[in-house]
Design a protein around this ligand. Structure first.
Ligand SMILES: *[C@@H]1O[C@H](CO)[C@@H](O)[C@H](O)[C@H]1NC(C)=O
Ligand SMILES: *[C@@H]1O[C@H](CO)[C@@H](O)[C@H](O)[C@H]1NC(C)=O
Length: 294
């Protein structure tokens, strides 16, 4: 929940404990609001469903912006034929030099695997795509998808297993996203020009509506009201003296040994594409890749 200050105060009583998963989940409307196509939203108790049909997709956005913390939601992706559709879940700041952390779930024909594409934009520049398959069928059940963000790293997690780490390498002169507050977004739309098998497979509208379902919304992050000036946000959301944010605990400055092993396993078994290894696209390997084992 968006109560980072209270959370950090509570946390200081238990200093040293890991409090991942500490946040309790909130109702959709407490944290989010529809961004577009209100008529493509279906509310069923705890569940939110977004529909894509030949008229429209749909998307929602957090009411607040945040700097650092952890954002999670449970998503059940489009069942059956989802070819051509993309369900995106991401954090983003505003403006031409924005930062962005993306999960994009690329649909497929019935029985063929979804792919998860992740990307990181820093100061308006992306081109850092990775693609993975998953070790379960993401259309059968809800699974949790999270972004953990602190001054040292951005970690993409699936059911708490890290699938990607973007490490702060400012000491090598590589910019790291840590000065702009970000909103949290999700949407479903038609992307059949590229999403499935490189755009070969088109959306079959006879199978519409395509439905992505959501529940378990959690944001445990430093909330940045619009009233707080940009230059004050960094100060407000940094741990100093008395004020300790849980995500600044040293144990979260890098993956634990167990998590590193999980990441190695995921990459060995599920990585389909990594921009760092795409020499056709990047004859000179992007600088951060030289230092990234992940
Ligand atoms: C959308 O699909 C419906 C049902 O298949 C069809 O009746 C309608 O004409 C389509 N609308 C557009 C804008 O393509
Ligand atoms: C869809 O399935 C095909 C065949 O199994 C696979 O090659 C492809 O990577 C899958 N995912 C996407 C998004 O195309």
């Amino acid at each position: 929940m968006a109560v980072s200050f209270e959370t950090s105060v509570v946390f200081s009583l238990f200093a040293g404990l890991t409090v991942l998963g500490f946040a309790s989940s909130a109702q959709f409307h407490e944290l989010f609001q529809p961004g577009w196509a209100n008529d493509h939203f279906v509310y069923e108790g705890e569940l939110l469903k977004l529909k894509l049909d030949n008229y429209s997709g749909a998307g929602f956005a957090s009411k607040s912006k945040y700097l650092f913390g952890k954002v999670s939601m449970q998503i059940k992706l489009v069942e059956g034929d989802s070819a051509g559709t993309v369900t995106a879940y991401y954090m983003s700041s505003d403006g031409p030099y924005h930062n962005e952390f993306d999960f994009e779930f690329l649909g497929n024909t019935t029985g063929e695997p979804y792919l998860v594409q992740t990307n990181v934009y820093v100061n308006g520049v992306g081109n850092r795509e990775q693609r993975m398959s998953l070790w379960f069928d993401p259309t059968k059940d809800f699974h949790s998808y999270s972004i953990l963000w602190n001054q040292r790293q951005v970690v993409f997690l699936v059911d708490e297993t890290p699938i990607r780490v973007h490490t702060n390498m400012e000491h090598k002169g590589i910019p790291f996203p840590k000065d702009q507050a970000m909103g949290v977004y999700s949407s479903i739309w038609n992307a059949d020009d590229w999403a499935t098998q490189g755009g070969l497979v088109k959306t079959d509208w006879s199978h519409a509506p395509f439905v992505a379902s959501y529940k378990g919304f959690e944001i445990d992050a430093c909330e940045c009201p619009v009233s707080v000036a940009t230059n004050e946000i960094g100060k407000k959301c940094s741990s100093t003296g008395e004020k300790r944010f849980w995500w600044d605990e040293p144990t979260l400055s890098e993956l634990s040994l167990h998590q590193s092993h999980q990441l190695v396993w995921v990459r060995a078994n599920h990585l389909v594409y990594d921009y760092c290894a795409d020499t056709a696209r990047f004859p000179v390997m992007p600088v951060e890749c030289e230092h990234h084992r992940h």
